[in-house]
Design a protein around this ligand. Structure first.
Ligand code: GLA
Length: 396
């Protein structure tokens, strides 16, 4: 981690001749279970990763803002605080800044919430595998919140940082995402999983302790094309399903407020595919509750079975997996050391996870990669997940 921070400091010096006034790390995330329900008022259970985004930054007296990313050579961006303050947020006005739309979008949100922001130089770099669906954009948004809070000395708590980062994501990326990614990138803690109720924003931490097991992250290396349009499509399907279900349950404000039993009693109100979309949301919420109980009780076999059921629901009911994710999950499940496996994140490519006996993890990584390669022709990347503290984790 220090190595990346040092590289960010050096980049800030070589690009802008500036000394680092602050240096910050923000994690990426992996979601253990509770998928595609953070916009349905459901419960989610992510962890913050030791892979993430790093920044070194310096304040400037002249209002100029300069941003450089080691991962985007030749795409250094220059603007100024007054211009950022005057741009409309929702018209796509920030997209012209390319990758820098995220940090600049966050700066604009902070300004509109009354935080004083002047000029600054910032150098960033990431250690998350590119396009892997481990939340590099949420990580960059939260990183910017933490950097600007330190540089300009204003008060900012983790919940507000997560909420305004999500607003920036909606405006800048056009993805109508839920709150999970920004929340865990802001609030995560080392060696902990976070159980977040996205309906109320109540949350709790509990030890991320898999006993004799290890969490593998398996990157399919399948580019996540079409992911944003399909994501928004799923989100509106859920909205439509809720509208129909409210003829039976007018008091329900979100799909995950229905119990599986209530859902079954009203399922006849829904045509296909809305029936399967809503069934995923309702059953996934229940699985997350059960998974939290299994993890707390150290019942890894049950936890693994719930991961399997989650993937199957995302595959057949929610239809967000695809050939590569299904192939890597099947390869993992077929390995004798694995208790369960599922896709993680938005789907349509990106990563899956598996719970694997620690003593056999190295062998499992090789075997799963070989089976996956035979089926898809793609060299995947499999690594052991490590957790880390997020910048607002101690001050939520
Ligand atoms: C993406 C979104 C999250 C969440 C997941 C699916 O990562 O950013 O809000 O909806 O997909 O669980």
């Amino acid at each position: 981690m220090d190595e990346y921070l040092n590289r960010a400091v050096r980049l800030l010096g070589s690009e802008f001749g500036a000394p680092a006034h602050t240096r910050v790390f923000a994690p990426g995330r992996v979601n253990l279970i509770g998928e595609h329900i953070d916009y349905n008022g459901g419960r989610v259970m992510p962890c913050s990763l030791s892979l993430g985004t790093y920044a070194a930054a310096a304040r400037r007296g002249d209002g100029r803002i300069r941003l450089v990313s080691a991962d985007m050579p030749g795409e250094t961006v220059e603007t100024d605080a007054a211009q950022i303050a005057s741009l409309p947020h929702e018209s796509g006005a920030f997209r012209r800044f390319g990758w820098a739309a995220y940090p600049l979008g966050v700066a604009a949100k902070l300004i509109s919430r009354g935080r004083g922001i002047g000029g600054f130089d910032m150098a960033v770099m990431g250690s998350l595998p590119r396009g892997s669906g481990l939340s590099s954009s949420a990580s960059l948004e939260v990183l910017t919140c933490a950097v600007l809070r330190e540089l300009f000395g204003f008060e900012l708590g983790g919940v507000e940082a997560a909420l305004l980062s999500r607003e920036a994501e909606h405006d800048c990326a056009g993805v109508n995402c839920g709150i999970m990614d920004q929340f865990i990138c802001a609030a995560g803690r080392e060696n902990s999983a976070l159980l977040l109720d996205t309906g109320t924003l109540e949350y709790s931490y509990f030890p991320f302790d898999l006993g004799e097991y290890t969490l593998l992250i398996m990157n399919t290396k399948k580019p996540r094309r079409l992911a944003s349009s399909k994501y928004n499509e799923r989100r509106s399907e859920c909205g439509e399903a809720l509208r129909l279900l409210r003829t039976a349950y007018p008091e329900k404000a979100a799909l995950c407020e229905l119990t599986p039993e209530e859902f079954r009693a009203a399922a006849h109100l829904l045509p296909e595919p809305l029936l399967r979309r809503a069934r995923h949301a309702v059953t996934e919420n229940r699985r997350t509750e059960e998974a939290a109980a299994a993890l707390s009780a150290g019942d890894m076999t049950r936890f693994g079975a719930l991961l399997n059921a989650s993937h199957d629901s995302l595959r057949f009911d929610y239809e967000v997996t695809g050939f590569e994710l299904d192939a890597i999950v099947e390869a993992a499940r077929a390995h004798s050391s694995v208790l369960g496996a599922r896709m993680t994140g938005a789907g349509f490519g990106g990563c899956a996870i598996a719970i694997c006996a620690s003593s056999e993890a190295e062998e499992a990584k090789k075997d799963i990669a070989a089976v996956y390669n035979e089926k898809t022709g793609i060299e995947c990347e499999i690594f052991t997940a490590r957790t880390a503290d997020a910048p607002f984790g101690g001050m939520m």
